[in-house]
Ligand binder design. Structure first.
Ligand SMILES: NC(=O)c1ccc[n+]([C@@H]2O[C@H](COP(=O)([O-])OP(=O)(O)OC[C@H]3O[C@@H](n4cnc5c(N)ncnc54)[C@H](O)[C@@H]3O)[C@@H](O)[C@H]2O)c1
Length: 443
């Protein structure tokens, strides 16, 4: 089938590559000329395991192409996917300008029946806005006879596992008010729906809310555990034992209840905020969502407070080795990453940071440029050299079982601030480390 995808970021590129990989002809449209040029050369601008290979092989097979030409994109696909960003507006609600500008472009160029698929995470009611913008553009052109449908098909992929998530999704949500369109989308998704039925069809507004509900629930689990960790620390309990204790209850489960220094990334922070703001705009005070946000905000500052208090309140001239910059492992994405809050606080307090991340070094260089109080190091060991302490912000595999003798030797004093509870407090204390984790006995 012929598919056009607007937006070649994490969602658009993965969707385009995977849809091409099962035989569809996919054209990806992006406004970013540099990105499109890179992609045409077979270079993938983001780190996502397995993605580059799928992009290249499908480009070579002629099933996947990249363009900045909106008209060509609109002409190509029966399906017109919208997968552009929906960043927070000034007040935290979702900024729809990119989504609506794609809708304008489609309305200005459309010459026959199209199915417009909202894949971006958008507030309830966005499909109606997209429809209104296309209607208005068609009216201006005197082409009101051209028919189209708007469908909500939110994406649930996780960065780091994106290919697998797209190829073998837990669910495929299709929100539509036209059963015929729903059937066509079902055909498009059939290759990803062979093992068992994954399509869940519903009305458009419910589909739009489902995506926010899923992210808000996951963020709530994290903030809940972080709240519990902070209580555990104060009552002398170990949150890791509590986690295993409650996870054994199948109604709770072990997934997504890891305490740490807060959630980041391009989705949870903005989506929780956008849902809370949308509720507020309708006169409803969403107290749980507000608390989830506040707990997360505070949690991101926690490691800094532990570091500051260990050093007696004065961090001037201190050098902190930082392992992990990405907001989670297996991605180079640093959007809203807890590492950024920690680094900023350390810099404000007069400390220097020597950082290492397996994938996010280029991204860190892009964000921070060259500044005197940040060294981007080539290895975890290099980051430790002449540092006063080690802080861990991301649970990459490579950090899980380090050579503690080498760490002790490299640091001025053996002290570790572990924002992801990777290590065994007793083991480290027995080896002479001062060890600070999240919600563990002795804090
Ligand atoms: N990143 C994730 O893990 C994830 C997962 C599920 C859903 N989502 C949602 O999917 C949407 C996209 O997220 P992302 O992370 O892929 O964003 P992104 O920022 O990585 O990519 C967005 C792309 O859209 C392009 N763009 C902007 N305006 C455009 C236009 N008018 N025409 C064509 N291209 C345009 C940008 O240049 C950019 O390349 C968001 O709503 C997000 O919330 C993201």
């Amino acid at each position: 089938m012929k598919v056009t995808i607007f937006g070649s970021g994490y969602v658009g590129l993965v969707s385009g590559a995977c849809l091409a990989d099962v035989g569809n002809e996919v054209v990806c449209v992006d406004v970013d000329h540099n990105k499109v040029d890179m992609l045409r050369r077979g270079e993938v601008p983001i780190y996502e395991p397995g993605l580059e290979q799928i992009v290249r092989s499908n480009q070579e097979a002629g099933r996947l192409s990249f363009t900045t030409d909106v008209a060509a994109g609109v002409e190509h696909g029966l399906f017109q996917f919208i997968a552009v960003g929906t960043p927070p507006d000034e007040d935290g609600s979702a900024d729809l300008q990119y989504v609506l500008s794609v809708a304008d472009g489609i309305g200005e160029c459309m010459n026959g029946y199209k199915i417009i698929v909202d894949k971006s995470t958008v507030p309830v009611g966005t499909a109606d806005k997209v429809r209104a913008r296309i209607d208005a553009a068609l009216e201006l052109r005197g082409q009101t006879a051209i028919e189209f449908d708007v469908v909500s098909n939110p994406e649930f992929l996780k960065e780091g596992d994106a290919i697998d998530d797209f190829m073998k999704p837990d669910r495929i949500i299709i929100g539509t008010d036209n059963p015929r369109t729903g059937e066509l989308l079902r055909v498009l998704y059939a290759p990803f729906n062979r093992n068992h039925e994954r399509v869940i069809a519903m009305d458009i507004r419910s589909a739009e809310l489902t995506k926010y509900a899923a992210n808000a629930m996951l963020a709530t689990k994290i903030s809940f555990m972080n709240e519990l960790a902070n209580i555990a620390e104060r009552v002398g309990a170990d949150i890791e034992q509590v986690r295993i204790g409650i996870g054994s209850d199948p109604r709770i489960g072990y997934d997504f209840i890891y305490p740490g220094i807060g959630y980041g990334g391009s989705c949870f922070p903005k989506d929780v905020q956008a849902l809370e703001r949308a509720a507020r705009a309708l006169g409803y005070h969403a107290q749980i969502l507000e608390a989830v946000e506040q707990v997360n905000y505070r949690q991101k500052e926690l490691l800094f407070h532990k570091i500051k208090s260990h050093f007696g309140g004065d961090l001037r001239g201190k050098v902190i080795a930082l392992w992990g910059l990405a907001f989670k492992p297996n991605t180079d994405d640093m959007r809203e990453a807890p590492s950024r809050v920690l680094m900023q606080a350390l810099w404000d307090a007069g400390a220097r940071v020597q950082a290492y991340d397996p994938e996010a070094m280029d991204e860190a260089a892009r964000i921070y440029g060259s500044r005197g109080d940040l060294s981007l190091c080539r290895s975890p060991e290099a980051a430790l050299r002449n540092a006063d302490a080690l802080a861990v912000a991301t649970e990459w595999k490579v950090f899980r079982s380090p050579n503690f003798d080498a760490i002790a030797e490299a640091l001025a004093d053996p002290v570790i601030f572990d924002g992801r509870n990777l290590y065994d407090p007793k083991y480290l204390k027995a080896r002479g480390f001062a060890y600070y984790a999240i919600g563990r006995n002795g804090g």
